[in-house]
Structure formats: C-alpha cells, structure tokens
Design a binder for this molecule. Structure first.
Ligand code: GAL
Length: 823
C-alpha cells in the first residue's frame, strides 16, 4: 500500500507496500462510530406550524408515523388536486415532522450528525429550535452536524416539508420524509463518507490495482502519531492486502491517497456481482478514533464507437429500463424489501441496467444494484435553468446545482454498479455552456465514468450520445453515426411502448393516430407514418372490441414510434450502440393520459408489480435462461370459432402449439422474434412446447376458466422480523374450478389482518382504479391484486384473511420473529 497525506499542512508520506497473506490483523473492536436508525417514532401533521421548532411545542395531537413516509399516497385521487396529470391527481401541501430523542451518555465529546436520504421537498430542519438549513432538492441526500446544539436530556428535531407548490415535477414525486433518516456518532477525528473515493485504475484477470483517495477530518487539535491501518477483504472477510502508517493528522481536512494490489481479482459484473470491502482504522495510541468501511467492486469499463461497451474487456449490451422512484401503492416511501423485489423482478426479465430517470435514487438502491448485479445510469437532473414543470427544480438550479451535484457524485461514486453519469434529460433551454459546466464539474470529482444526457446527443460535452424517442425514428441512429463516427451512442429511452396487463387488441395502435398526447393533437399521423416502425395488424377486424379507452394492448402493437421487437432488431448489432433503456420497466404514477387515469401504462410491469406479456417478450430476447410464454390467456367466452392470434415468445429454436391435445404445428423462431398461430377459439387447454434442435426444453399452458370460486394467496416470504420495516408481498389470484385463474375477474376483495402486521398498500395495476391504497379492500383487476404487509414491533403470527362475496375465503400466515440486533 502506498499512502500519501496532503492535509492542511501538506504532509506527504509514502508507506511500506504490503501485499496480502502475511499481513497482520488489526483486531479492532468497539468502533466509536455508531449509526442509529432514526426512522421510527416521528410525529407528523399536515399544515404549517412555524412555532413547532422547539422542545416546548405540544405535538401530542400529531399523528405518529415512521419514515419512509409519503403523505401524498395516503391521500385521495382528485381531479382538483394541483398536482394534476403530472402528479397523478394526488394531494401535496405543507407538512411538519418532529422527533424527540434523549441524549445518550456515549455521545459525550462525540460528533453527532443527522443524515436524511431524501425529503420531498424544500426541507427545513431545526434542532431544539435552531435552524440547521434548508434543501430545495427533494431527491438529494443531505446531513447536518447537530453537535453544537444538542443538550443533555431531551432534544427535538423538527422538519418542515414545503410541497405547497405543485406540480413540482413532470411525474409523481411524493411528499414528506420519504427516505431513511439516521443519526451518526463519531469521534472528533472521522472519515466523512463523501470523502472516500475508491477506483480500480488497472484491472485484468491476473491482478488489480485499487486506488483510494480519502479525507480524514480532524475537528480538534492537530495529532501526531496517528496510526492509519487499511485493508482489503474478500466477501468472507479474508484479508487480501493491508498496510499501516503512522502520521500526523492536522486540524481540519487531511487528504490521503493509497494504492493496493491484489492478485487474481474476482471481477464484478451483473453475472458475478462480487464485492470486496475496504476498511480503515484510525488510532491514536491505544485509542481507536474511527473505523470505517466501504464495499467496492473490481471492474473495468470502456465505451467506444468501435467496440461499444466493454465490461472487464467483454462486449456487453445494456439491456436496460428507465425507472421512476415511486413503487405503486407505497408511493415514494419505498421500503427496502419492496425495492429489492422490484430490482430482482427486472433482473429476472434479463434486464442488466437501470436508468434512474430523472433524479438521484435512495442510497440503498445502489447497494442493491451492486449486490444483485445491475448496471446503473445515474441521473442527476431532469432539466437545468428552465423549469419543465411549473414549480420544479428549474427555479433552484442556478443556486443549487453545484452543491447537489457534488453531493450526488460523492455519494454514489464508489458503487461498481454505477457506470454512467447523466446530467439531464430533454433539457429545456439547453445550452452547450451549461452542459460543459456540468461535465467539467463531474470530471473533477470522478473521471472514471462517461457523462451522458437523455436526448443530449447533439451537445459537444458528452462522452456518450444519449437518444430518447428521437432514436426511434428510422435511420436516426445511423445518420448520427455517419456524422459523429467516433461517438458511442446509448438509447436513454428506447423504446416507448404501452401495455395493460391482461388487455389485448389485435389491431395496432399508434399514439399519434389513436390516442394522441396533448402536444400531438392536430398533428396528422401522416407526418410521421413513413418515419416510424409500423407493425402489421394481427387481424383485419378488431377481435377484442370491448376494450375500454385508456387501456392498451399487451401484444407488441401499441407504440409511439417503435415496438419492442423492432428496437431489438434495429439496434442489437450496431457496434457503436451500447444498448438502451426502455421507457419504462415499471408503471409509475403520474404523467397520465389525463383524468381519470393515474398513469400512462409504459411499464412492462404494472403498478402492482405484476408482469405484463411484454415482460416475457423482453425475457425472450434478453435472457439466456430457457423460457416460453404465450398470449393471450385462453378464456374468451362468446368468441367460439373466431380466430384468435396466439403469439409465442421464446429463446428456444422452435415451438409447437397444442389445443386440447391436438398439435397445431411446430414453427421455428425467426427474425420476427415472435411466433404466431391463428387459432379458432374453442375452450379447453392451450399449450405451447418450446424446443431446441427438436428436443423439448420448456412448456406453458392455459386453461379456460369458468366462474370464480376462491382466491389464491401467494406470499413472497413466510417469516419476517418484528422491526416495523420488513415486508411481505401477498399476491391474490382469483381462481375457478381446479385452481384455474380467471383472467377477467374483478371481484371486490376485503382483507382482514390479525396479529403483529399492518397493510401498507393495496394495488391491482388498474390505471383507472382511483380507490385509496392504505385500506383493507381492493377489487381484483384482470384476476389479480396485491397486498403489501409490514411487520409491527412485536413477535407473533400474522393471519391475512381474504374474503369476497360469493367466493370461498382464504387465509395465509406469516411468522414475525424477534428483530435481533438491527444496528
Ligand atoms: C420522454 C421523457 C420522459 C417521459 C417520456 C414519456 O420524452 O424524457 O420523462 O416523459 O417522454 O413519453
């Protein structure tokens, strides 16, 4: 290890280089750094309470809440709410939070910080009546030093969240302390987490160089003879490299640099999300001043027009989705378990990348992407100086961009998953000067990743040209490449297609022609029809005529400019195209078709987290794991004898379809990326067998269902902890005789909970269902519904019973165990 200290006294030291095995253990226990979960036990009230900053304020009538908390999602959908189309017609306003806490003896002579992962928006924070600061940006993490203001005995933190001006974004934002909060206690000498930067400048299969740039803050007198010990350990905690040095730590910020080498590194990638941990211990004599650690991955990335994206030297296509930060019925207050399930679901689709459109996500998102193995295009802003929604960040950009961007880059730059920084998206009033300014600023903080921008392809200061919808026009990418042959290209939003789970239309719908967006009204389809990728109708006459407005077809035939199959056909072999992020992975609230729709159905997974058929289309083109899927379902009473297009997606070589045991023929998978049979409808069993080289690999079948009989409950976990955080997802499916799902069932379900759990969200994915989410009832939509349960603070057994008029009731049990030590 090589260690250089350039602190206030500009001290430079080069230490011994020690490589692996024979180095000594630090054996340090009882680190003085302590993290206190600060999520539980807040008081909350809607309204403005300027007098609510000090200890003497009586908040006993305020509601008790835990954070993450989003008061907008608790409210009612109402066409009169100012958030409007953008904010899914949910309420906004001003809200106050307060949390009382006792001084701890162990805090004597320590520094105490409060850390907020994100508050939407305009958060002003006080401690014991003293204002600590205000942060307009609702997506950025921030912290305050509480040390000078704490008193022995009781203390109170008050937070005013001013989301009174709306719409403050182009999508649903949520309102409140919607991410985690922590207290952090350190000695006066400590490592600030934004002061650490781990890079891997030299990586190959034989060895890797790990460079660490680090700040150590000394908030006291200068100290000589401080021992700094660092080590790199593998995932089992085995030490691979370490070293220590004794040096002087001046008062203020000390900057250190060190280099490690390890042999035969286990390289990080989506297929092998292997994480190492870097540790530091700072000691003065026998006293430990700080111990800090950070996970990191060893991987190399390179982007070029010649070779596309190379991860560890291997050509890798970004198979990505754009995501907003909300998660259906929980709004913006997304428990870790809910977020984890969402990322896993995407990964199961063959997705290997997520774009955080269009703002920083919660810190745990990046840690999950590191460990699940998902690449991240990490986006800082939607717009810059000019607002895109009436009251959005554009009003604050000039005063805040630098602080927010610095906090963002420093927070996320140690994650191996993060491979691209994005500085904006379809920026209104865009200038090359601002692009250059943001670019230069990022490069000073991190020059290891490329900078891109959603639809920022024609700006000079991007390493990767980002194409949104414009990249979906015929030849658009090719023309760009001819003009800029050296510039690699990323599809920041490709492609935009629509789908509603369980809904089918056999004739193709184009947004411009069939359901124009407000800005498209009056513009004839003919102005774009020869520039977009038309899709043949599946039938001459619409077969499913009874589909209500706003719902979209789940065949690959409801698009803006390009369907999923055309995206893949057009881009997969372009050498300069590094891959694309579809708009979007999940349905998100807001940006809707207009009242009474609360979203716009771009997600290949609906608001309840249920995959649509297009999820499986992606799986068939993105994933290597053998799969087969077919659509539509096989319950079409009244359509007897009519020819129904049955579409099969598979990554196997061919498929054979059977109706009631009779083969309808085997067909090869072609460049069309789907196999179609027109099947005269007759009730019974429809089955597809996917084969490779004539051998069966996988099969799937549907049966015609009659009347709903009962409700199946599928839990994703049967045991959780009594920590008021753990989540169980309970998926309800309405089934008829023999457990056959009833695809159109819309029965009203009621949920009864006994034991130490509560419902934190109900959802069915129906974009027109405007019922509230924090209740114990919901109708099924196209046969399904989701209930999200959260543990309380006591052990026991939760019994969830679901009932519906005319159906047999059903119950499921969840064991709630002691949380153990959660710190
Ligand atoms: C894009 C925009 C996205 C979303 C999408 C909907 O232009 O960047 O944020 O609005 O359109 O079509």
């Amino acid at each position: 290890m090589k260690l250089i200290n350039s602190g206030p006294f500009f001290l430079v030291l080069v230490l011994c280089l020690v490589s692996c095995h024979h180095s000594r253990q630090s054996g340090v226990k009882n680190t003085p750094r302590k993290i206190y979960d600060f999520d539980l036990g807040w008081k909350f009230s809607l309204g403005d309470f300027p007098q609510a900053t000090g200890l003497d304020f009586d908040d006993s009538r305020w509601r008790s809440v835990n954070v993450p908390h989003d008061w907008s999602i608790e409210g009612k959908y109402d066409s009169l709410n100012h958030s409007g189309i953008a904010g899914a017609f949910l309420p906004v306003g001003t809200g106050w939070y307060r949390k009382r806490f006792e001084w701890q003896k162990e805090w004597e002579n320590k520094k105490i910080f409060i850390e907020f992962d994100g508050v939407y928006c305009n958060a002003t924070v006080w401690i014991n009546g003293i204002a600590l600061g205000a942060r307009p940006n609702g997506y950025i993490s921030f912290s305050y030093d509480l040390t000078p203001y704490l008193q022995k005995g009781e203390n109170v933190v008050s937070v005013k969240v001013d989301h009174s001006k709306s719409p403050s974004g182009r999508w649903y934002t949520g309102s409140g302390i919607y991410r985690h909060v922590r207290l952090l206690a350190t000695e006066r000498v400590y490592v600030p987490k934004e002061g650490l930067f781990i890079t891997t400048p030299v990586v190959d299969e034989k060895s890797a160089q790990i460079s660490v740039a680090l700040e150590v803050i000394n908030d006291g007198q200068s100290l000589d003879k401080t021992e700094i010990s660092c080590k790199v350990v593998d995932h089992l905690g085995k030490k691979l490299s370490d070293s220590s040095a004794v040096l002087a730590l001046g008062a203020g910020t000390n900057r250190l640099k060190m280099t490690f080498h390890i042999q035969n590194p286990n390289l990080w990638s989506p297929d092998n999300p292997y994480l190492y941990t870097w540790h530091i211990t700072i000691k003065n004599g026998t006293r430990i001043l700080d111990e800090y650690q950070s996970a990191f991955g060893i991987r190399s990335i390179s982007f070029s027009a010649e070779n596309g994206f190379l991860l560890n030297g291997v050509k890798t296509i970004l198979k990505g989705v754009c995501m907003h930060h909300d998660a259906g019925p929980v709004g913006a207050a997304v428990p870790n378990d809910v977020l984890y399930r969402r990322i896993k679901l995407l990964k199961g689709m063959g997705c290997n990348a997520i774009r955080t459109s269009h703002n920083p996500f919660a810190p745990e998102f990046y840690a999950m992407c590191d460990s699940i193995g998902v690449l991240v295009m990490n986006e800082a802003f939607d717009g810059w100086e000019q607002e895109k929604a009436k009251f959005d960040y554009g009003h604050y950009f000039e005063d805040w961009w630098e602080k927010d961007l610095e906090a963002f880059i420093k927070r996320d730059r140690n994650h191996p998953s993060v491979i691209i920084w994005s500085i904006g998206n379809e920026v209104k009033g865009y200038t090359n000067e601002t692009q250059q300014m943001l670019y230069d600023f990022i490069k000073k903080l991190d020059d290891t990743r490329p900078v891109s921008q959603g639809r920022g392809y024609n700006g000079p200061a991007v390493d990767l040209a980002g194409f949104n919808g414009h990249g979906e026009f015929k030849e658009a990418l090719k023309h760009f490449h001819e003009k800029y042959p050296d510039k690699p290209v990323v599809g920041t939003e490709i492609t935009h297609s629509y789908q509603t789970r369980g809904v089918y239309r056999t004739k193709t719908w184009y947004r411009r022609r069939d359901f124009p967006a407000p800005w498209e009204r009056g513009k004839p389809f003919s102005t774009i029809s020869d520039k977009i990728f038309l899709i043949d109708d599946l039938t001459e006459k619409e077969l499913f005529e009874d589909v209500p407005p706003y719902y979209q077809s789940s065949y690959d035939n409801s698009i803006v400019r390009m369907g999923v199959r055309d995206y893949w056909k057009e881009t997969r072999y372009l050498p300069y195209f590094v891959g694309a992020f579809r708009w979007t992975g999940f349905d998100y609230l807001g940006e809707s078709f207009g009242w009474p729709a609360r979203t716009v159905s771009f997600g290949v997974i609906d608001l309840a987290g249920f995959p649509t058929d297009q999820y499986y289309l992606y799986q068939s083109i993105w994933s290597d794991k053998p799969m087969v899927h077919m659509l539509p379902h096989w319950t079409h009473h009244g359509k007897e004898g009519m020819e129904i297009p049955v579409v099969v997606y598979t990554n196997c070589g061919s498929a054979e379809l059977f109706l009631n045991g009779i083969s309808l023929g085997e067909k090869p998978m072609t460049d069309d990326l789907q196999i179609v049979w027109n099947v005269p409808y007759q009730k019974g069993k429809l089955e597809v067998v996917a084969k490779t080289n004539g051998r069966e690999i996988v099969r799937k079948s549907y049966r015609t269902s009659e009347k709903p009989q009962t409700i199946e409950i599928l839990l994703d976990k049967e045991t959780i902890k009594a920590n008021q955080k753990d989540i169980v997802h309970a998926e309800m499916t309405i089934v008829g005789e023999n457990g056959i799902p009833v695809p159109h069932a819309d029965n009203l379900l009621t949920f009864d909970i006994k034991g130490p759990g509560k419902i934190i969200g109900v959802e069915n994915g129906d974009i027109l269902d405007l019922n509230p989410h924090k209740v114990n009832y919901r109708s099924a939509f196209n046969g399904k519904c989701l209930v999200i349960l959260q543990s309380l603070d006591r052990e026991g057994e939760i019994t969830l019973t679901v009932k519906s008029d005319g159906l047999e009731q059903n119950s499921a049990r969840v064991l709630v165990k002691s949380p153990g030590n959660t710190h």
